[in-house]
Design a protein around this ligand. Structure first.
Ligand code: ATP
Ligand code: LTN
Length: 338
């Protein structure tokens, strides 16, 4: 019997807006095979979501919707720990500790903070500023080895590593570090899906312009229409050149990530063909990719008792690991054991 502990993978998504193809290709899809090699923890980060105003009833429904979508995408709760961040008290408790080891200057350099404070100029709250520290707590609480995220989260991962190393230098030894220093796991294609109407900015689930994003629950005709109307350029050649041809390059990434063919093979396949045929192929690939996800989603979405049961079970399993880390941290800090 192999009893060596398996390394941990952890990731999370904010229950805000509606899950997009960007969230799927940049994050969820890459989570699916990992349970074979890792102990996998996937969260709904509701504490992070309230850094921008949420309607309480909508937030609650969205958590159920996202959980059902996680499962519909192929995350089996018996192979993966699925839970809600606010159900495990250790996240907020470790975040407080890490706050005292993170510098204001480091947090002011975070590009997500700069973007989000521009978008929410009337509510630049301390939570928005502190967001990366809570994320560091999420990761370090589970001794995570790998964190599968899209490219936009790389900077937050670097901060997490810096804080972990700083804390280890203060309170650990090289043989017995307090925290495991995590690595980002960023997919080679699909790591940054851009908006369909503004291909110079990432597709985002809380975007007000709904035609800019492809949502996992969009019906096939809407997906097709959005892709047909996606912004391209005037030269009518299917070529990957993100700086020069952001719209076409983004559609190529989407087709490659959903259909499995490499970008070079797709450029060759569509050589000499215009954007019409290319866009039809992209639409078809996305519709086919989402069809089984949508079907499964509708089967499980209404069984709220089962969804609640999955979350309760997930929180119990998550807390075992989280509590052990928190005890270790409190101990090295000199807190009296509980
Ligand atoms: P919001 O608009 O609500 O801030 P978001 O769409 O940026 O949300 P997050 O909850 O911040 O989504 O991110 C969830 C995961 O999806 C992260 O791993 C993130 O890197 C990934 N992700 C988000 N947008 C994209 C994208 N456009 N392309 C690839 N990956 C993405
Ligand atoms: N900040 C992330 C969501 C997130 C996360 C995490 C991702 C919160 N905690 C821990 C990985 C690991 C985002 O995508 N905006």
């Amino acid at each position: 019997m192999n009893s060596a502990p398996r390394p941990v993978v952890l990731s999370g998504i904010q229950p805000s807006g509606h899950l997009t193809l960007g969230n799927y290709l940049g994050a969820i899809k890459n989570w699916l095979p990992l349970y074979r090699e890792y102990d996998c923890y996937y969260m709904l980060v509701d504490l992070h979501a309230i850094t921008v105003r949420q309607d309480p009833a909508a937030l609650r429904e969205r958590c159920y919707e996202f959980l059902a979508l996680y499962i519909a995408c192929g995350l089996d709760p018996s192979n993966n720990v699925l839970f809600v961040q606010s159900h495990v008290g250790g996240h907020a408790r470790l975040a407080w500790v890490l706050n005292c080891y993170t510098q204001m200057g480091e947090l002011s350099r975070m590009t997500q903070f700069k973007d989000k404070s521009q978008k929410n100029a009337d509510n630049i709250n301390a939570g928005l500023f502190d967001y990366p520290v809570l994320m560091a707590a999420d990761i370090l609480l589970y001794d995570s080895a790998q964190v599968p995220v899209g490219d936009d989260q790389k900077q937050h991962l670097e901060l997490t590593r810096d804080v972990a190393i700083r804390f280890n230098n203060l309170y650990g030894t090289p043989e017995r570090p307090v925290f495991r220093v995590p690595e980002p796991m960023i997919p080679p294609v699909g790591a940054r899906i851009m908006g369909l109407q503004d291909p110079t900015a990432k597709m985002s689930k809380s975007d007000d312009a709904v035609t800019n994003a492809l949502y996992l629950l969009d019906p096939p005709d809407i997906i097709t229409r959005k892709i047909k109307r996606a912004v391209t350029d005037m030269d009518n050649t299917v070529r990957y050149a993100p700086a020069e041809k952001p719209g076409v390059s983004n559609l190529l990434s989407i087709l490659s990530a959903t259909g499995g063919e490499s970008i070079a093979a797709l450029e060759a396949r569509f050589a000499g063909q215009g954007y019409g045929a290319f866009k039809s192929a992209v639409a078809e690939a996305v519709v086919e990719c989402l069809k089984p996800v949508q079907a499964r989603y509708h089967e499980i979405r209404e069984d709220r008792d089962e969804l609640r049961r999955i979350l309760r079970d997930g929180a119990v399993r998550a807390a075992v690991r989280a509590d052990a880390t928190l005890r270790r941290v409190h101990d090295v800090l000199g807190f009296i054991p509980e």
